[in-house]
Design a protein around this ligand. Structure first.
Ligand SMILES: CC(C)(COP(=O)(O)OP(=O)(O)OC[C@H]1O[C@@H](n2cnc3c(N)ncnc32)[C@H](O)[C@@H]1OP(=O)(O)O)[C@@H](O)C(=O)NCCC(=O)NCCS
Length: 168
């Protein structure tokens, strides 16, 4: 108590605000998150294929949106992470990792496997590998066949979709 008194109420509230992080499951007006979802998947009609049937999570820290993610149920045993994106200025601060860990916890007892597909982009592949995902399979020409424009990541056009999997 003495510690709190010496810190002052104002400072105490500030610290509480900084510590305030929550991940919400969004069930209404999912389109309001489209700008951030477009960072993870840059064609809106591709996002619309999974946004409404999917489960959308939004991570807020200090009352500001930082990260979004969408998962879909693919079959009895499998969920797929369809999209994950952190606002550019907040990347590399652990929010993406926090979101994936939250999803893994959410999926416990709901399925056996979480899969995710990505373009051949080294830093994204590393992100999933560090989290414990392992290579599953490749869908050739996914990006060149399904998108109406070339998807360029780090100066390279994406072609195949590389799938990773993780046991839940
Ligand atoms: C991939 C992404 C969601 C990770 O979110 P994040 O909040 O930056 O994730 P974390 O801070 O928990 O993890 C960062 C790790 O991801 C990797 N990483 C990927 N992109 C990164 C970036 N732009 N900046 C920093 N780290 C990045 C690094 O390996 C880093 O590991 P380290 O902390 O050990 O150095 C985020 O970079 C992003 O939104 N990228 C653009 C959208 C996208 O490509 N989504 C994936 C579609 S498959």
């Amino acid at each position: 108590m003495r510690f709190l008194r010496s810190m002052g109420l104002f400072n105490f509230i500030l610290i509480l605000q900084c510590l305030y992080m929550e991940i919400l499951e969004v069930t209404e007006n999912k389109e309001q998150y489209i700008d951030l979802l477009l960072l993870g998947d840059e064609q809106e009609n591709m996002i619309m294929k999974y946004l409404h049937k999917g489960i959308l999570f939004a991570l807020y820290d200090d009352y500001d949106l930082k990260t979004v993610a969408v998962i879909t149920k693919e079959d009895e045993n499998t969920f797929e992470l369809q999209n994950i994106a952190t606002l550019e200025i907040y990347q590399g601060k652990g929010y993406g990792t926090g979101m994936i860990k939250h999803i893994i916890g959410y999926l416990k007892n709901k399925c056996k496997c979480l899969i995710v597909g990505t373009g051949e982009c080294e830093k994204i592949m590393l992100f999933y590998e560090k989290l414990g995902f392992t290579y599953s399979h490749t869908v050739e020409d996914f990006f060149t066949k399904n998108y109406d424009h070339a998807i360029i990541e780090d100066g390279v056009q994406l072609k195949d979709k590389i799938y990773y999997k993780m046991k839940i």
